[in-house]
Design a protein around this ligand. Structure first.
Ligand code: SRM
Ligand code: SF4
Length: 576
């Protein structure tokens, strides 16, 4: 009988709980590469092997090995780091990586350009800052995102605490990470058993695919709850979370030309009590572990399990494993997926203290670096050195300078100003923009993204000016391929790379993150994108109803049909 399982299943099975030959590969100084199977296993340790695609052709001509280096992704549930940790992370960027910190769309940092001989040292430096990269990638529960900023209110603190609890509970228990990277060193958290041979939750095959958990506190849907495998929506009464609506089956990734793959917004599974959430998370994960598709990786995400089995069957199985029924989802309202930029005061305060301040700072595509006249990295380092605040990474690739005492507000503003950093952004479009990393590091990129979106927005700002829309909040997101790392199918304007310089243009997603977009134009370059969008901006400015968002307008005005479910994403497409 032939083994129909995906190749990764066999790699995991033979890996001795994610060890593979990683330790030996790190010691091999002849190459910057590691063994083929270890390319898959290293992901579970929070790293990817990559090569600099800008120099790939040139090196091939010279018969040189690719310019290999590693990307490292941290696990920071809720995205919160202390000033001390910030300084450590900043130092690592210079000592071992490419001199930049990259905020991701999932509330954490990535380093790029770490060479093999520095990998262990980098991991150890991260560990010394009481942080790690365990399970930041791979077929496991990834970094848990929570509504940005635990300092905002009691409900946000509760969401953050749940995020940390789920992250710890669903962490792989293998000792491989500590053996390979930390030389058996003990980690800060003594409850984690280095050397444990078992994976009680995951077994030796782990999950069929990546698994993503998020927690939202309405009315903000900053975590884009419907884009994720598992979500908890806080139900808040008198300022406190009393329970959670549970969502399952969201996801973005698809393959161009394969209608069997599609982005999908999550369904409501039910409602659980405050203290039941970790148990619910575990049971949802185990149903996906047992029911998920292990033959076809493009169809292995939880969204397809829910799609294929149906939400009712999925709920029944979760309830069977829980031993109790979930309640009916409770009412809630979301208003938007963006980060409210600028200063925002916490909604409550500790007894006897003033309410703290929090500054959400726009970071273009999450890249924290210094450039002439705009030394963001230095400004943030100085703020951390002075201990003026904590730092929270947001799911919109921004950073919040959080828990700021009134007396430090002016100091923060002065430090930013001294380094050319403005609190305001040039337009509502830019303030609501995200681009994935893409070239030159991403091995899957088909077109530029992070390096192209800023200039496209600058050009689109002229079109917005013609329509008088410069300050309007319109969500635009770009990715270099259809995997959807910047959640482009939930943007009012989504651009997805097809070929160098060419993108598919999607319109019609809801501003609050509840509805997917629809393909509007295929294979369009910069000039065509502008030519297509400018008249829509002008018409929107003239004809919109009070409070109507751009995405809703593009449907009402007939540019695209509304996508009511993921399996309708490819239907009713009429190209411009
Ligand atoms: Fe992603 C793969 C970057 C968020 C869907 N993603 C990749 C890789 C690792 C490329 C690879 O497999 O070789 C990219 C590394 C690029 C680089 O050079 O750094 C990559 N993904 C990113 C980040 C850094 C984008 C960013 O600009 O911030 C985000 C890191 C998040 C984190 O901290 O964990 C990132 N990726 C996402 C999201 C958004 C989210 O989760 O909110 C998605 C869509 C949601 C989802 O999962 O459905 C996403 N990434 C993918 C996929 C498609 C998965 C699928 O279901 O088909 C891939 C490809 C894959 O897994 O095979 C992918
Ligand atoms: Fe790479 Fe595609 Fe993700 Fe962009 S969307 S980072 S190009 S995998």
């Amino acid at each position: 009988m032939t083994d129909k399982r995906a190749r990764n299943e066999i790699i995991k099975e033979n890996s001795h709980q994610l060890r593979g030959t990683l330790a030996e590969g790190l010691d091999n100084v002849i190459t910057g590469d590691i063994a083929e199977d270890d390319h898959q296993l290293i992901k579970f340790h929070g790293s990817y092997i990559q090569d600099d695609r800008d120099v790939r052709g040139e090196r091939a001509k010279k018969k040189l090995e690719k310019a290999f280096s590693f990307m490292l992704r941290l696990r920071i549930p809720g995205g919160l780091v202390t000033p001390k940790q910030w300084l450590a992370l900043d130092a690592i960027a210079s000592n071992y990586a490419n001199g930049t910190l990259r905020l991701t769309t999932r509330e954490t940092f990535q380093y790029h350009g770490v060479i093999k001989s520095n990998l262990r040292r980098t991991m150890q430096a991260i560990n010394a800052a009481a942080l790690d990269t365990i399970a930041a990638c791979g077929d496991v529960n990834r970094n848990v995102m929570t509504a940005a900023n635990p300092y905002l209110s009691k409900a946000h603190r509760q969401a953050y605490e749940l995020g940390k609890a789920i992250s710890e509970h669903l962490l792989p228990k293998t000792g491989a990470y500590h053996e390979i990277w930390l030389d058996g060193e003990k980690v800060e958290d003594k409850s984690r058993k280095a050397g444990a041979a078992e994976e009680p939750l995951y077994g030796i095959h782990y999950l069929p695919r990546k698994f993503k958990t998020v927690i939202a506190v309405p009315p903000d849907n900053d975590v884009d709850i419907f884009a994720h495998c598992l979500g908890f929506i806080a139900i808040v009464e008198k300022g406190e979370v009393t329970g959670w609506n549970v969502t399952v089956g969201g996801g973005m990734g698809m393959t161009h030309g394969d209608t069997n793959t599609f982005p999908r917004t999550a369904d409501h599974l039910g409602y659980c009590k405050l203290e039941q959430a970790v148990d619910v998370a575990e049971k949802v994960l185990t149903v996906q572990r047992d029911w998920g598709n292990r033959e076809s990786r493009p169809r292995a995400r939880l969204k397809y399990t829910v799609e294929d089995r149906g939400i009712d069957a999925f709920r029944n199985e979760v309830e069977k494993r829980l031993g109790y029924k979930l309640g009916k989802p409770k009412p809630y309202t979301f208003t938007g997926t963006g980060d409210p930029l600028g200063w925002r005061q916490s909604l409550d305060a500790k007894k006897g203290e003033d309410k703290a301040w929090n500054l959400t700072l726009f970071v273009e595509n999450g890249r924290i670096k210094d450039r002439p006249g705009h030394s963001l990295r230095t400004a943030l380092r100085e703020i951390a050195e002075a201990g003026l605040c904590d730092f929270v990474c947001t799911s919109n690739q921004n950073v919040i300078l959080a828990n700021v005492a009134q007396k430090f507000k002016a100091k923060i503003e002065a430090a930013l100003k001294a380094h050319g950093i403005h609190i305001s952004v040039s337009s509502g479009l830019r303030g609501n923009s995200m681009a994935c990393v893409s070239l030159p590091t991403c091995g899957l990129a088909l077109a530029e993204s992070e390096r192209f979106l800023p200039e496209l927005i600058t050009a689109l700002e002229d079109s917005l000016d013609k329509a008088g829309l410069r300050d309007d909040d319109i969500v635009i997101r770009m990715t270099g391929c259809p995997n959807g790392c910047a959640r482009p199918y939930l943007a009012e304007i989504g651009l997805v790379g097809r070929n160098p310089g060419l993108y598919n243009l999607y319109l019609g997603a809801a501003f609050d993150g509840t509805r997917l977009s629809k393909l509007y134009a295929q294979d369009v370059g910069k000039e065509r994108i502008i030519a297509l969008l400018e008249p829509i901006f002008v018409k929107y400015a003239k004809e919109r109803k009070p409070g109507e968002h751009f995405g809703d307008f593009t449907i009402r005005a007939g540019y695209v049909a509304a996508t009511k479910a993921g399996n309708q994403f490819h239907a009713d497409v009429k190209l411009a």
